[in-house]
Design a protein around this ligand. Sequence first.
Ligand SMILES: [Zn+2]
Ligand SMILES: [Zn+2]
Length: 285
Amino acid sequence: MIDYHIHIERGPYNLEWLKRFWFQAESRGITEIGVTEHTHHFYEFRTVYEHLLQTTEPDADTSSWLGDYFQHSIEEYLELLEAGKKAGIPLKAGLEADYVPGKEREIEALLDEYRFDFVLGSVHFLDSWSFDIKPTMGWPGKDVDKVYLAYIDRVKSMAQSGLFDVLAHLDVIKVFGHKAQADLGGEWTEVLQLIAQSDLVIEVSTAGMRKLVGEIYPHPSLIKGAARLGIPITFASDAHNPEDVGDRWKEAVNVARSLGHSRYCTFTERRRTEHPLPSFDSTAL
Ligand SMILES: [Zn+2]
Ligand SMILES: [Zn+2]
């Protein structure tokens, strides 16, 4: 089994730190990890975010939060992952890239310049607002239905951008538990149709279970809809600390299986391979 969404950003970029993530994975029965650092950690990607760094009110807090990043180089990151492989860690070199409309060509050029095994595509920003930092940042006073519609619109563009392999936490807009009042079922169906047409993969992520919303990403209805349309899946913890690697992966597999999935996929140099879902003794959960 895999955990294809891991961040090492809270520690030093060295082998000791990387090994702590792998040891936790191994102890939980994970056999391959995908390390997927956020693009905003790398100064090469700074141009993609430049307009966000200039932002003033009402999203000045997004701007000042983001300004602390861009400390590492991609080369340094890939060298560490290579050293990890040489030390015997079964890992894939991934990246979690923001989809930023209008910056598609810059993102494409950067992704082409380096060798990644897979690239996650994410929406964390709506215009100059980073909506998943904390519930007090930008959310008070917002029309939640409008926020959802803007988010969905952005995800649709991301699905059609041709930049990514896997779409991460498809409904992360629910992170703090805000729910749309309007029935957005038709909108979400369109999202899934675009993902299927673009031959993309989505992740089943236990990260939402650790957030205020307390739910798997994406919602079971979307996991089910993806199975109906033949959209493949990966599994993800979105761990930012070693202890979260492989968090509740068996629960995630059981959810995926019960909603119609029978396979999951891995990536090497951005080529996809599918595997049958593992079987294990569910009574031991
Ligand atoms: Zn993310
Ligand atoms: Zn992440």
